[in-house]
Design a protein around this ligand. Sequence first.
Ligand code: FAD
Length: 425
Amino acid sequence: MTSRSQETSSVEKDISATSVDVLIVGGGMAGGLLAALLADTGLSVLLIDAASEPEMPQGDAHARVSAITEASFNMLNNAGAWSRLPAQRLAPYQSMDVWDADGNGRVTFDAASVLASELGWIVENNAITAALYQACVARNFDWRCGVRIESLVRENASDESHAWRATLTTGERYLATLLVGADGARSMVRSHAGIAAAPKDSGHMAIVATVACELPHKACARQRFMETGPVAMLPLFGDQHQFSLVWSAPPQMVEELMALDSAAFSHALTQATEEVLGACTVMGRRAAFPIQTLHASQYVGDGVALIGDAAHVVHPLAGQGINLGFLDAAVLAEEILAARKKGLGLTETSVLARYQRRRRGHNALMLNALNGIKSIFEQRDPGLRFLRNAGMRLVNRMPLAKSLFATEALGRNGDLPASARSCGK
Ligand SMILES: Cc1cc2nc3c(=O)[nH]c(=O)nc-3n(C[C@H](O)[C@H](O)[C@H](O)COP(=O)(O)OP(=O)(O)OC[C@H]3O[C@@H](n4cnc5c(N)ncnc54)[C@H](O)[C@@H]3O)c2cc1C
C-alpha cells in the first residue's frame, strides 16, 4: 500500500523527468472525457494523443457518429464540453423503431413514455472530441497532440515507490503515478501492462456513410434486422432528410456492397431499408470497418487503468460503445478524486479495484446482451424465427416493457457516477 505522499516523493527522486499524477494515453472520446473531468482538480495530469489537434467539423455531416444517451449528455455537460458543441450539429431523437426483416415483429418506443423530451442525440465523434479538447484547453489542461509513447517502463516495481516512466516521441520524459490506457482497441498500454484481451471476430463488417433520404426521419432512430445483420438509420441534424448509416453484414457482402458505384449502392440501401425513408442517396464517401469485439481480462494492473475501447469493444448494433467508455472515464475520475480526498494513493489496490468492480460487470452484461441479440436475429430455424417475431409483437404491446427499453436507451440503469446522474454542475 502506498500513500499519495510516498508516491509523490518517489517520483521526485528522478530530476530528469517531469512527475505527473496521471498520464492519459489516448485523446479519443473516452480519454478526452477523463481529462476534462480531472482538469482543475489540483492533480497534475497529462494527456497525449497520436492524432493531430481535434477540430470542430464544419459543412456536411461526418460519417462517424454516436448515439449519445442522457447519461453521456450529463457527463459531457459536467465536463464543460456539451455547451461547446454547435447546437445546429446536434440531432436529438425522440423515438426508436426496430423491426425484423423476416416477419412482422416490431418494437417501437419513445421518450414520452418515460416523460423525457428525447431518448438521446446523434452527434459526430470528431465534434465530441473537439468539444472535450476545447473544454480542457480553456482550463489550461496539458493535452498534447501528435505525440506518441517511445518507451514505457515500470520503475521500481518491486518496492513501494513505483511509477511509470514514459519517454515521448518528443524526447520528453515523464514519471506517472497512474497510467491510463485510453488508446483504443489495440491499446499499447494494455499490452505493456500485460493485460490479456483476445479480439473476437464478430463475423461482421460495418459500412458507414451519410445518406440523403426522400422522407423526413422525424427524429426517429431506425434499425432493420436482417439475417445478414442490422442496417441502422440514425437521424442527422438539418432538414430531417439525412441519416447516418451503419450497415453491418458479413465481410463478403460488405466487399460486394463497397464495390458498387454510388447509384447502385443507394438502390441496394433503399431496398435494404424497405423504403421506410423513401429513396436513399448516399452522399460522399463510404467507409467499411471490421467489427471485432474484445473484453480485457482486467481493467486495472500495477499502476494502470484501462478505459473505453482499450478495455472493451462491443458490436455497434445498439450504439453503446462510447456510452460505456464515458461511464468508465467518469467512474475512474470519481474514484481518483474520492481517493485523493481520503488521502489515499491513486494506485492503491482498493482504489483501482473499486473502479474495476463498478465497471467490468456492467460492460460484460452489455457485451453478452449484444452477442445474444446478434445471434437471435441470425437464426434460420423457422420455429425460432416465429418465436422471435411473436416476442417482439408481445413486447410492443406491453407499455411497461417498452418503458424499460426507453430507460435503457437513456442510460439510466446501473451504478452511475454522480456526473452521469444530473447535468447541473
Ligand atoms: C461503425 C461503428 C458505429 C458505432 N456507433 C456507436 C454509437 O452509436 N454509440 C456509441 O456509443 N458507440 C458507437 N461505436 C463505438 C465507438 O465509436 C467507440 O466505442 C469509441 O470511438 C471508442 O472511443 P475511445 O476513446 O475508447 O477509443 P478511440 O476512439 O479508438 O481513441 C483512441 C485514441 O488513442 C490514440 N492513440 C492510440 N494509440 C496511441 C498511442 N500509442 N499513443 C498516443 N495516442 C494513441 C488515438 O489517436 C485515438 O485518438 C461505434 C463503432 C463503430 C465501429
